[in-house]
Design a protein around this ligand. Structure first.
Ligand code: ME8
Length: 649
């Protein structure tokens, strides 16, 4: 089997932050997993270097654009090298063969009759490199995506017949329900396409920093729209329009993106591919947004978390583990040192690290470091079977990109090990002279650690390689086949005494902790003594029965979109996914307390069976639960993320 994994290519208008690291960590995990399973694997990342935004950023620094792009692109590559990201190719859109491939694609689209020339007049956001129809603009003509001012641009442009692909795209989404992962994001894309697709302006004449049209079109003032140029990288990297050497890797298995650019990848990109007669990727995986203190990270706010700093203080693999374990794929996450430290201490140090230390310690005492699996199945076949039951459910979780669940399940293998040690107390058996039994328990735990290392390898490659080395084997496709697929046990070996892998962390390690790193101390309230109450003191008036309560349908929803309502200081208009065919539109009076942006991707509690009403002429199909007092208003949310549509009660 062949797997092709991609990250977005990152803009070179600023250096990488933890959001970029997150996408890249996940992609690297998928690539490593694929290789370990013995699949032919190709992993692509790179930088997106054209467009007005980059041209302007370079101008501000008074640098030639190419030099500016070279410098920033190099910082991404260096960071990924420091983080040992196992990419096979780092593409740059300023690479000559990429430009050649984009031109070939453009010509093919022209031949196909999918490109025509016309005029474009519209509101253009330079930051997002996107035109927006009037109806989508926010108050003051601002961009609905980033909130910055748009400007009216009128220019001659080539258009791509996106409208032609509306129906084929819908058919594709219907037939391939796992094209967009997590599946909950599918609705968002479908409702956008159902709203109607306009043809897409795919060239610009207002700036020059981009791929020019093929010479044969004899129209030198046009450069390609940066998204057409950028999206094509996924095939030009394989040689499209040039030597085509790696085109066998197409279609991609999984293309990872943040939710911010899902529309480009789930609508424009498949339409372009259809036009080029190329198959579509198997999955577009859209993850959520990392925030800091619930706010978007941005340089202007000075709240950007530098991934290099986090890795320097906490270790890149602990950081990587944290990001994948902490936040369900697709949901937003808030970065805090405290949460990272808690994960390191509890999962890595207490569970994994401790188990390894115990095996090393026991084998040192009882068998001079020698470990033999000979009696494991005699005394511990149940534990081995239980571990394989867990291992067997991992592939499905992995394929659905539910990496937090993958890790949660995987961790149960360590629980089996720790429990076996407590229950079988090898130290007691040794005293009783039941040496075989004691050594079988030690060998059981060594085997559990070996199997867990193999399935954890894709997420913590070096740490698990160290564990495997201590356990006398190497992590390779062969050991994976033997110990995981064929369920074999370790051959006799001498365990290595290695220092603890995960020393405990007590205090935040990043000293110059900017604002968001300062954790709020929990408020401890002395609890009064609990007494059993015999008679109710609840006032009887107005009480309802439980059945009456359940007439109200309360559900968990995820906010897909949010925007201010023009001319209203109080209202926000939201699209909330309740797990139904289409998202609900809810107009809520919370604008004084929440910005539209901060709500996107968060969960809310919705009264789901209210009769639809109109507020300022806008349909509202539900109500959000919130608590208000003299100090303000707070939305009521589940303590931990829950599936959309979950009932509350
Ligand atoms: O959009 N949380 O590049 P970009 C999570 N060049 N992920 C984040 C994040 C955050 N706070 N911030 C960034 C572009 N990301 C285009 C892509 S692809 C053909 C062209 C990650 O530098 C996430 O993957 O703005 C997001 O989609 C990507 O970086 C955007 O990177």
């Amino acid at each position: 089997m062949r797997n092709y994994i991609t990250t977005p290519i990152y803009y070179v208008n600023g250096e990488a932050h933890i959001g970029h690291a997150y996408t890249t960590f996940i992609a690297d995990t998928l690539a490593r997993h694929s290789r370990l399973l013995g699949n032919e694997t190709y992993f692509l990342t790179g930088t997106d270097e054209h467009g007005q935004k980059i041209e302007e950023a370079a101008k501000k620094l008074d640098k030639p654009t190419q030099q500016f792009a070279d410098e920033i692109s190099a910082t991404f590559k260096k960071l990924w090298d420091e983080f040992d990201i196992s990419y096979d190719q780092f593409i740059r859109t300023t690479d000559e063969n990429h430009k050649k491939g984009v031109q070939a694609a453009f010509l093919k689209m022209v031949e196909k009759g999918d490109i025509y020339k016309d005029f474009y007049e519209g509101n253009y956001c330079v930051s997002c490199e996107t035109f927006f129809p009037e109806s989508q603009l926010m108050e003051g003509g601002c961009c609905p995506d980033c909130g910055r001012a748009t400007s009216i641009v009128k220019e001659e442009s080539y258009f791509f017949r996106l409208s032609k692909y509306e129906k084929p795209l819908m058919e594709y989404y219907e037939a391939h329900t796992d094209f967009i992962l997590p599946k909950s994001r599918r609705n968002e894309v479908i409702s956008f396409v159902r709203g109607g697709l306009h043809d897409l302006s795919v060239t610009r004449t207002s700036f020059n920093w981009g791929v020019h049209l093929p010479e044969s079109l004899n129209d030198p003032k046009h450069v390609m729209y940066v998204w057409l140029d950028a999206l094509m990288n996924y095939v030009t990297a394989l040689g499209y329009g040039d030597d085509e050497a790696l085109m066998d890797f197409w279609p991609a298995t999984t293309q990872l993106v943040g939710k911010d650019i899902l529309r480009f990848h789930a609508i424009y990109w498949p339409a372009f591919l259809m036009s080029l007669d190329l198959p579509l990727p198997k999955h577009i995986g859209a993850h959520g947004w990392w925030t800091r203190d619930g706010e978007k990270m941005s340089k202007s706010k000075g709240n950007v978390v530098d991934p290099r700093e986090v890795a320097k203080h906490y270790g890149v693999e602990n950081f990587r583990y944290f990001m994948m374990r902490e936040v369900p794929f697709g949901q937003d996450g808030d970065f805090s040192q405290r949460a990272l430290i808690d994960r390191m201490n509890s999962d890595l140090s207490n569970d994994l690290g401790n188990l390894l230390n115990r095996v090393i310690g026991m084998s040192e005492k009882y068998s001079d470091f020698a470990i033999d699996s000979v009696n494991v199945l005699k005394y511990h076949s149940k534990e081995i079977t239980d571990a394989h039951v867990i291992i067997d459910i991992l592939p499905e979780l992995f394929n659905d990109l539910q990496l937090h669940r993958y890790l949660e399940e995987l961790w149960k293998i360590f629980t089996i090990g720790n429990k076996a040690i407590e229950e079988h107390a090898p130290w007691v058996k040794i005293k009783e002279g039941r040496v075989d039994e004691a050594l079988a328990t030690v060998a059981l735990v060594a085997n559990l650690l070996a199997k867990a290392s193999l399935v954890l390898h894709c997420i913590m490659p070096h740490t698990t390689a160290t564990v495997a080395d201590a356990l006398g084997f190497e992590i390779t496709s062969t050991s994976y086949t033997n110990l995981i697929v064929n369920k074999e046990l370790l051959k006799p070996f001498t365990i290595k005494k290695i220092p603890p892998l995960f020393p405990r962390v007590d205090e935040p390690l990043m000293q110059e902790a900017p604002k968001a790193m300062i954790e709020v101390a929990p408020i401890v309230i002395a609890a009064p003594k609990m007494e059993d109450k015999k008679e109710s003191t609840v006032p009887l008036e107005g009480l309802i029965t439980i059945d009456q309560f359940f007439q109200t349908s309360l559900k968990i929803g995820t906010v897909l979109h949010a925007q201010e309502v023009p001319k209203s200081s109080k209202l926000l208009k939201l699209q909330v996914d309740l797990g139904e065919e289409t998202p609900r539109q809810i107009v809520a009076g919370i604008r004084e307390y929440y910005s539209a942006e901060s709500l996107i991707g968060t969960q809310v509690c919705v009264v789901a069976n209210l009769k639809p009403a109109k507020l300022m002429g806008m349909l509202s199909e539900g109500m959000l639960l919130a608590a208000k007092d003299a100090d303000g208003l707070s939305l009521i949310r589940p303590e931990k993320p829950r599936s959309v549509g979950s009932s509350i009660g």
